[in-house]
Design a protein around this ligand. Sequence first.
Ligand SMILES: Cc1cc2nc3c(=O)[nH]c(=O)nc-3n(C[C@H](O)[C@H](O)[C@H](O)COP(=O)(O)O)c2cc1C
Length: 165
Amino acid sequence: MKTLILYESLHHGNTKKLVDAIAEEYPVEIQDARTFTGDLSDYDAIGFASGVAFWKIYNEIFDIAMDKMPFEKDIFFICTAGIPDRDYAAEIRTLAQQRNNRVHGAYCCRGFDTFGPLKLIGGINKGCPTESEIRGAVDYYRLVLIECGIDPDTMQPALPETQDN
Ligand SMILES: Cc1cc2nc3c(=O)[nH]c(=O)nc-3n(C[C@H](O)[C@H](O)[C@H](O)COP(=O)(O)O)c2cc1C
C-alpha cells in the first residue's frame, strides 16, 4: 500500500513529531504541504496532518484537501492542538466521504502551545506531544493499516481468517 502523509506543522513541530514517528515504523512517504507538488491520486492512502490555528486546521493543508481530494482512496487525519476538544477534521472528512473515499477516523492530541498571551505564562501543554501521545499516533496508523486490509507486521495483504468448523 502506497501511503502519503501530507503535513503542515508550523508552530513547534508538534504534528511533525507524530508524522516522523509513524514514518520511522512504517513505510510511508511524508511531504510538507507547503512544498508539495505531487498528485494525491498517485497514492492508495493519504493522511492529512496539521496543527490548529483559530479553531481550524492550517490553511495550506485545508486548501489542498479541498482542492485536490481524490476519489475512492483511504483517508485519515492527524492533528495536534492546544485544546484538542473537537473534531477539527470534520470539514475535510465530509468532502472525503462525498468523494467515496474510505475514511479512517482521526487522531488528535495535545501540542505545546505558546500562541499569543500563552507565551507570557510559558505556554500550555509543555512536553506535548508526550511519548505516549506520539505512540498513540503510531498505534492509530497501525489500525488504519488493519482497516485497509494490510497486516501491519508484514505489510502484506492480511490473510482471511480460516474457519475451523
Ligand atoms: C496562531 C496560532 C493559533 C492557534 N489557535 C489554536 C486554536 O484555535 N485552538 C487550539 O486548540 N490550538 C491553537 N493553537 C495551538 C496549536 O494548534 C498547537 O500548538 C499545535 O500543536 C501546533 O502544531 P504544530 O507545532 O505542528 O504547528 C494555535 C497556535 C497558533 C500559533
